[in-house]
Write a protein that binds this ligand. Structure first.
Ligand code: PLZ
Length: 458
C-alpha cells in the first residue's frame, strides 16, 4: 500500500532544500520507493562503491531535520533511525549548523597533538562533568565509537598491566580488529575477517526475555565463567553496553550491571561502559548507566555526542586515564575542531533544551502503542528499551523462536510506506525505534501506524 500524494508536489529539485527543523514535518511519498533519482544513484553505487558497504533503505538523502528525512526524489520519510542513534538533537540542528559554520571559517584542523585549541578542552570538561560519578576525571577524544572502545581497552591494560578483556554475548563494539573480537555476531561483522585480537573472553549476558534469570543470578553465572575460565587476576577490563544496541536492545535484569561493577571493583578490574549508542539523553538519562546507579571506571561515547559529526571519547577516573605515557594516546583527527564545535552545541541542546525529558515522553508514547499492539498480536514477544531507544522482538507465537523473516518484511513494508526503520538483534528479529528527540508526537503516531499496518500485512 504505497501512499502517493503528488497534489502539491511539483518537480522536486535536489540540492535546493534546507534541512533542520524547518523542513515540513510530514510523511509524504511522491514516487515509488526507490524513486528514479535514487535508482540512478543506486546503479552508480553498485559500480563505484565496494559491495561490502550495504544500504538498508534504497534511497539517497537530500535533506533531513526535525523528525523527517527527504530523499532526492522529494519523498519525505519519518526518521526512526537517526543514522543509528546519532542525530538525537535532530538532523542539521540549528545550533550545530551555526557552530560548525563559525568553526570552519576560523580553521578546520591543526591536529590537537601539534597545537591545541580550547574547544577540545571544553568538550573534555563537559564530559568530565556530565558522566556518572563526581570523582576526578580525564577525557581523551577520538573519531569513531570503535576507536573509543579500542582506546578504553588500551588504557585499562596500561593501568592494570593485565591482558584479558571480558565482553558479553550479543555485544557490539565495532568493526576494527580489536572491536570485531569484542563483537559477538559473526555475520555480517566478523565472517572471513579473522584472525582476531587475542585475550578476549565472552561471558553470558542477562537477557530477561529469554533467560528468565534475575540480575543477580545472571551476574553470578557471568562471574563464575570469568573466575573459572580466565581468572580475575588476568582481567584488565570488563566491557559492556548498559543496554545492548546492535545485539537487540537488550535491557539486562535489574542488579546485573551493579553486581558486575561491584565484582570489578573488588578485583581491581576496570569496568568500561560502552555508551556509544545509549549515551546523550537517548535513554531518558544523560547516560544509561544512571538508570542502574552504576559509576563506570571508564565510559566510551560517540554517536550522539556531536549531532552528526564524527567524534568519540573515553572519559574516566583520572588515575586510570593518566596511566598511559605521554604521547601514548592520540591520532591525526581525534577531537577535530569542527567536531568539537558541533559537540559543544549538541551538548548544550541535550542539557538545556529538555531533551532528556523528551526521551522519557517518547518512551511513554511508544511503549503504550507497542504494548497495545502486543496485546492483539502474539508475534510481538517482547516490548523493551528505555527513552527513545525502544524495540519489539518478533517471534513465532507457538515456539518463541525468533522470526527474522517477519522482521525483514515489516521493515521493508515500512520503508516502502515512508518510514526509516532499522532492525537489529543476534537473531535478526528485533525492530528498533531510534527517533530523534526533536520528533513531534504526530510523526511518532503516524510512523507507528505504518509499522502496525506492516505487521497486519505480513
Ligand atoms: N559500540 C555500542 O553501537 C556502533 C554500527 C553499525 P562506530 N553501532 C552501529 C554497523 O553496522 O557498523 C557502535 C555501538 C556500540 C561501538 C560502536 C562502534 O561505533 O562509530 O561505528 O565505530
Amino acid at each position: 500500500m504505497t501512499i502517493v500524494d503528488s497534489s502539491d508536489a511539483g518537480p522536486y529539485v535536489p540540492g535546493q532544500t534546507t534541512g533542520g527543523p524547518g523542513l515540513p514535518q510530514r510523511r509524504r511519498l511522491v514516487t515509488e520507493i526507490p524513486g528514479p533519482r535514487s535508482r540512478e544513484l543506486l546503479a552508480r553505487k553498485s559500480s563505484a562503491v565496494a559491495r561490502g558497504v550495504g544500504i538498508s533503505l534504497p534511497v539517497f538523502t537530500d535533506a533531513a531535520g526535525g523528525g523527517v528525512l527527504v530523499d532526492v526524489d522529494g519523498n519525505s520519510f519519518i526518521d526512526f533511525g537517526t543514522g543509528i542513534a546519532v542525530t538525537g538533537v535532530g538532523n542539521a540542528a540549528p545550533g550545530v549548523v551555526t557552530a560548525v559554520q563559525q568553526q570552519v571559517e576560523r580553521y578546520t584542523h591543526t591536529c590537537f597533538m601539534i597545537t591545541g585549541y580550547d574547544s577540545y578542552v571544553d568538550v573534555a570538561e563537559a564530559l568530565n562533568r556530565l558522566t556518572p560519578g563526581d570523582h576526578d576525571k580525564r577525557t581523551a577524544l577520538f573519531n569513531t565509537g570503535a576507536e573509543a572502545v579500542e582506546n578504553a581497552v588500551k588504557i585499562a591494560r596500561s593501568y592494570t598491566g593485565r591482558p584479558a578483556v571480558i565482553a558479553f554475548d550479543h555485544a557490539y563494539h565495532g568493526r576494527t580488529n580489536l572491536t570485531m573480537a569484542l563483537t559477538a555476531k559473526a555475520m555480517p561483522y566478523k565472517s572471513g575477517f579473522g584472525p582476531f585480537a587475542p585475550e578476549i573472553y565472552r561471558a553470558p549476558l542477562s537477557y530477561p526475555y529469554r533467560d528468565g534469570l534475575s540480575g543477580d543470578e545472571a551476574a553470578r553465572e557471568a562471574i563464575a565463567m570469568i573466575e573459572k575460565q580466565v581468572g580475575a587476576a588476568s582481567v584488565a577490563a570488563v566491557i559492556i553496553e548498559p543496554i545492548q544496541g546492535e545485539g537487540g536492545f537488550i535491557v539486562p535484569a535489574p542488579g546485573f550491571l551493579s553486581a558486575l561493577s561491584a565484582w570489578a571493583t573488588e578485583n581491581g578490574v576496570v569496568f568500561i561502559a560502552d555508551e556509544v549508542q545509549t549515551g546523550f539523553a537517548r535513554t531518558g538519562a544523560m547516560f544509561a548507566s544512571e538508570h542502574e546507579g552504576i559509576v563506570p571506571d571508564l565510559i566510551a561515547t560517540a554517536k550522539g555526542i556531536a549531532g552528526g559529526l564524527p567524534l568519540s571519547a573515553v572519559t574516566g577516573r583520572a588515575e586510570i586515564m593518566d596511566a598511559p605515557h605521554v604521547g601514548g594516546l592520540g591520532g591525526t583527527y581525534g577531537g577535530n575542531p569542527v567536531a568539537c564545535a558541533a559537540a559543544l552545541a549538541a551538548i548544550e541542546a541535550y542539557e538545556h533544551d529538555g531533551l532528556i525529558e523528551r526521551a522519557g515522553e517518547i518512551e511513554t508514547l511508544m511503549k503504550a502503542r507497542l504494548t497495545d499492539l502486543q496485546s492483539r498480536d502474539p508475534r510481538i514477544g517482547d516490548v523493551r528499551g528505555r527513552g527513545a531507544m525502544i524495540a519489539i522482538e518478533l517471534v513465532d507465537p507457538l515456539t518463541g523462536e525468533p522470526d527474522a523473516a517477519l522482521t525483514a518484511a515489516v521493515a521493508k513494508h515500512s520503508h516502502d510506506n515512508g518510514v526509516v526503520l532499522l532492525t537489529c538483534g543476534t537473531f535478526g528479529n528485533v525492530i528498533r525505534f531510534l527517533p530523534p528527540l526533536s520528533i513531534n508526537d504526530a510523526l511518532l503516531h503516524d510512523g507507528l501506524d505504518v509499522v502496525a499496518h506492516a505487521l497486519e500485512a505480513a
